[in-house]
Design a binder for this molecule. Structure first.
Ligand code: NAD
Length: 499
């Protein structure tokens, strides 16, 4: 069986802790690989390598680092099919969807290619006699990223592309469920010209995560995953005085106003709720039609689309979605469907018994659709992270705005309407970090910033865009005087500008 170790100091190293984790092919429902789980000592070695590489890497010019990023962009494009197929084989999302996710990560690399411009500081000339004031952004040192299973390329790329372009060295601790793509991405970073130690991948579980959090040589931690772990990472990082951004779970609502084009709204829902088997942090999992008439019209369009969803092996380019990531996750999602029935929601479409012909051991289920879900139900309150859509009927616009605003998660939300006033009012009032207007998955592009509100994100800087540059750099402000022969006498009061 293929063994996956770590990538430390520019080299593949076998795991030495004796602990491993199985990696499955979800379409086949079989273990195909085994990934090493690092010990504290192995993490220590990776941090030492990253620390050793830091001074020389930080001393390179921003233009040099931009050129590495340009070469990296070319290499990812060249290896796009290979990366997408590898990703799909461990995650279960279809190859076209996997390719799209690598492309979204690549866009952050493209943003990082502009690092010379992004790192420019500010300069104020002659703020007093012979005095100039300027600021510069400097890298932090060794920084780390801890990432989830659902985007094994895109989410790490959000982090390390910017961190490395800013002059930091990076330790990536990817999900143990699909570790192969992160390893390949690190190899390509070396091929692009980053020196050994600049990008390291240490595979592992809580042991290696805790080693990251407790290591005083690691200056900042970026995390994306579920909310309980995000809270843990954020508070433990804060205790250690580390900079931290920790993105958590989601329950994204789509408001469908009575004037919406129901064909367009139902098309948007079907893709965003069931694409990637609902295993996206920006998946729509709650549809909120406003008024019973709108709800009935929406369901009339939606039901046949859910019934006709094409579930298939991840290698089938025509499949709408593939299997779930593991047998354990499949069982969890199905148990939420059982719970919804117990709680009194109406299960209009039941995908629990779906079996994929020829792939009977695969972790497949069909799309599920609930109507009459209410706020008190656990299937509404909790993140299911599977192909399950809940319809919550709102009586009016105010209630439809209040629902996502009151929910503990605040990652994404969208509204479908022809009414510009309603859309504008909604976008301004709703208590959610990323809003779509007639856009079902409002994931901002790489030159903007990604991040939710409330229990969907901890820390005050978001992922990528200018906020990413801010997160991975510290600002230094220099006040300098070259008075050119003018005598400045002693002054025992706090310096002020005399006008
Ligand atoms: P997860 O929280 O189980 O794991 C994320 C990372 O944390 C992994 O690297 C894992 O090894 C590590 N981890 C797990 N348990 C840990 C523990 N007890 N102590 C320390 N580290 C631990 O998340 P997942 O199941 O891999 O990913 C799905 C979750 O990620 C969903 O909740 C989804 O909404 C969320 N997500 C959020 C965003 C966002 O930007 N808000 C993006 C993608 C995914």
């Amino acid at each position: 069986m293929q063994q996956i170790g770590h990538f430390i100091g520019g080299e593949h190293v076998a795991g030495s802790s004796g602990r491993t984790h199985p990696v499955y092919n979800p379409t086949l429902g079989e273990q195909t690989k085994e990934v090493a789980l690092a010990s504290v000592e192995e993490m220590d070695r990776a941090v030492a390598n990253a620390q050793e590489a830091f001074p020389a890497w930080a001393a390179t010019s921003p233009m040099h680092r931009a050129r590495v990023m340009f070469r990296y962009k070319d290499l990812i494009e060249k290896h796009m099919d290979e990366l997408a197929e590898l990703l799909s084989s461990e995650h279960g999302k279809t190859v076209p969807d996997a390719r799209g996710s690598v492309q979204r990560g690549l866009e952050v690399v493209e943003f990082a290619c502009g690092i010379p411009h992004l790192l420019k500081g500010e300069f104020s000339d002659s703020v007093a006699t012979g005095m100039d004031l300027y600021s510069m952004r400097q890298p932090l040192g060794v920084v780390a990223g801890i990432t989830p299973f659902n985007f094994p390329a895109m989410v790490p790329m959000w982090m390390y592309s910017i961190a490395i372009a800013c002059g930091n060295t990076f330790i990536l601790k990817p999900s143990e469920k699909d570790p192969s793509v992160p390893m390949r991405l690190a190899e390509l970073m070396m091929e692009a010209g980053a020196p050994a130690g600049v990008m390291n991948v240490v595979n592992g579980d809580k042991v290696s995560v805790d080693a990251i959090l407790d290591d005083p040589r690691i200056q900042a931690v970026s995390f994306v995953g579920s909310t309980p772990i995000a809270k843990y990472i954020y508070s433990r990082s804060a205790e250690q005085g580390k900079r931290c951004q920790a993105m958590g779970g989601a329950k994204n609502h789509m408001i469908v106003m009575p004037d919406a084009d129901m064909e367009m709204a139902s098309d948007a829902l079907i893709g965003s709720a069931y694409g990637s088997a609902g295993e996206r942090c920006m998946a729509i999992s709650v549809a909120v039609p406003v008024g019973d008439e709108a709800a009935d019209k929406l369901l009339e369009k939606l039901i046949p689309k859910v019934e006709n969803l094409k579930v298939g092996p991840s290698t089938d380019p025509d499949a709408h979605f593939g299997p779930l990531v593991t047998a354990e996750h499949l069982a969890k999602v199905k148990s939420y469907v059982d719970l919804g029935i117990e709680e009194g929601a109406d299960l209009l479409i039941d995908g629990r018994e779906f079996r994929m012909q020829g792939y009977e051991n695969g972790y497949f289920m069909g799309g599920c659709l609930f109507d009459n879900v209410t706020e008190d139900m656990r299937i509404y309150k909790e993140e299911i992270f599977g192909p399950v859509l809940s319809v919550v009927r709102a009586k009016d616009f105010d209630e439809a705005t209040r629902l996502p605003s009151d929910h503990e998660f605040g990652n994404g939300v969208s509204i479908f309407t022809h009414n510009g006033d309603a859309a504008r009012d909604f976008a301004r009032k709703v208590q959610v970090g990323m809003v779509g207007v007639n856009v079902p998955i409002p994931v901002p592009l790489s030159f903007h910033t990604f991040g939710g509100w409330k229990n969907s994100a901890f820390g005050d800087t978001n992922q990528h865009g200018p906020e990413g540059v801010k997160f991975y750099t510290k600002i230094k402000t220099v006040t300098s005087r070259w008075p050119g022969g003018v005598q400045i006498g002693p002054d025992f009061t706090i310096p002020t500008i005399k006008s």
